[in-house]
Design a protein. Structure first.
Length: 486
């Protein structure tokens, strides 16, 4: 439980409460949190939380100046020589740098599927938990990613650093990322989920920098720290060989651009080698890419600064109105750390995955009364606190809440016209807007159509209805109902 719950309640509702007596132990089941919310929300009484005012956008400062393309080309040549001397190997590819200083990976011969084209030894990787042995040492911050972000600019200035050649080859600026762009640039994303994520990223960097120990803050400027955060965000990989959520920087591998379907990777803990392997054939001169992750254009633009012309993945944010009563607000806060005051934006795609189940669960909570909440607590919540099915009538009302959240999000997107420029930023923002609108439209189609199927309990009938629909969210929802009815 957040130790600041009492303070958050005081800020949101203007009440002083001592909640420790109601809160369960840290590893309690989710239904215990729902019961605690009932008690805490009841003690708050009948009052509406006041949403905090949003702060205006202020771009994060850029660090230094971007190097000339020839300097970038020389830095990458030094990186490749350093990596080869350290045992890294690559075959059938080269790493050209274009006239603007952008690196890529190209095939130097015909490549077949299943070929290993890069092998990177473990000792050439920078792990967020293994900084103590460096020239500058581990900054000692509570969050390893913040420690890595502070370590990067310090280590880049250390003449004797064993990582100096790698750090010199990293981009000196990442001005394409939204968190470094001006308010005028960000206006092209106004009303989208991408804007909300970029705004949260910007504030997170500022908050993390403000929390640095004074001695560290004196050595690392906000521009330095923001650059380190941007490197971790855009070039950090899940640390190979770890089950925990750890971040690693992978020299040479980070030179690949993003495209799904080109390559995959493996990590052999015995040989301590990270390998990049082709998934399809390439001709001489073809660019070879890595898939950073399964990314929508919303995520690509915020995290990496670009979009794809024909991205099959899309997401948007359902914008839920503030809870109508303190019990619902407190329950959503305890179960899912949603804000006590103000709207909640939940990112979803056109797929019935955990994210959409989470949004549907919040909608169920919004329409549940004391009896339904008690039934949910008795029946048991899912592992992530998700509310169970509580009957067709309540589900129909929950889908009504989903529809309101989708319309509210659409209204925000449509309140700001798409940019008309032809530069990559304007085109990327226009793609994001179009993709988010399409997701919200498909969700509205499910939530506002004929919902008679909610009352069917015949699995065969539900499956037949699903098969009659095209692939998409509605079909997946019908199949899920069929499974639960069976």
């Amino acid at each position: 439980m957040p130790r600041t719950l009492d303070a958050r309640l005081a800020e949101a509702f203007g009440v002083e409460l001592a909640t420790a007596a109601w809160l369960p132990v840290a590893d309690a089941e989710p239904e215990a949190l729902l019961r605690a919310a009932e008690a805490i929300g009841g003690a708050v009484g009948v009052r509406r939380a006041i949403a905090p005012a949003s702060a205006p956008w202020v771009a994060l400062p850029l660090r230094g100046a971007a190097p000339a393309p020839e300097n970038r080309r020389a830095a990458i040549a030094r990186l490749l020589a350093w990596a080869a001397a350290g045992g890294a190997r690559w075959d059938g590819i080269e790493f050209p740098v274009d006239a603007e200083g952008n690196a890529s990976v190209r095939a130097t011969r015909a490549l077949a599927p299943g070929e290993q084209i890069v092998a990177l030894p473990r000792h050439l990787m920078v792990f967020d938990t293994e900084l103590a042995a460096s020239t500058t040492g581990d900054p000692g911050l509570a969050h390893p990613r913040d420690a890595l972000a502070a370590w990067l600019p310090l280590e880049a200035r250390a003449p004797g650093s064993r990582w100096r050649i790698f750090l010199d080859a990293l981009p000196a600026q990442l001005a394409e990322l939204p968190m470094f762009r001006t308010a005028t640039d960000l206006a092209a994303l106004a009303g989208t989920t991408a804007y909300a994520i970029a705004d949260a990223d910007n504030r997170d960097v500022r908050d993390a920098y403000a929390a640095l120990p004074a001695a560290l803050g004196a050595r690392v400027s906000l521009a330095d720290f923001a650059w380190g955060c941007a490197i971790v965000k855009s070039r950090g990989y899940h640390a190979p060989g770890t089950l925990e959520h750890r971040v690693a920087l992978l020299p040479v591998v980070e030179l690949f651009n993003h495209r799904p379907g080109d390559t995959t990777w493996t990590y052999d803990p015995a040989d301590r080698l990270y390998a990049v392997i082709t998934e399809r054939a390439f001709a001489i001169g073809d660019e070879v890419c890595c898939a950073y992750a399964d990314c929508s254009d919303t995520r690509l633009l915020v995290q990496f600064g670009f979009t794809l012309a024909d991205n099959p993945l899309a997401e948007a944010g359902l914008l839920f109105e503030p809870a109508a009563d303190p019990i619902t607000a407190v329950a959503a806060h305890l179960l899912w750390e949603l804000p006590l005051a103000g709207p909640a934006r939940l990112r979803v795609g056109c797929v019935l995955d955990q994210r959409f189940v989470h949004a549907l669960s919040l909608a169920r909570l919004h329409v549940a009364g004391p009896v339904e909440r008690a039934r949910a607590a008795e029946q048991g919540l899912a592992a992530y606190g998700e509310m169970p099915w509580l009957g067709a009538a309540l589900e129909e009302r929950a889908l009504g809440v989903i529809a309101v959240a989708a319309r509210r999000a659409l209204a925000e997107v449509d309140a700001h016209p798409a940019p008309g420029g032809r530069d990559p930023w304007a085109q990327g923002c226009a793609r994001v807007r179009a993709a988010e609108r399409a997701v919200l439209a498909q969700i509205l189609e499910l939530a506002t159509g004929d919902l008679a199927f909610l009352h069917w309990r015949d699995p065969a009938r539900l499956r037949a209805a699903a098969e009659a629909r095209p692939e998409g969210l509605h079909r997946q929802y019908l199949l899920a109902l069929a499974d639960s009815a069976g």
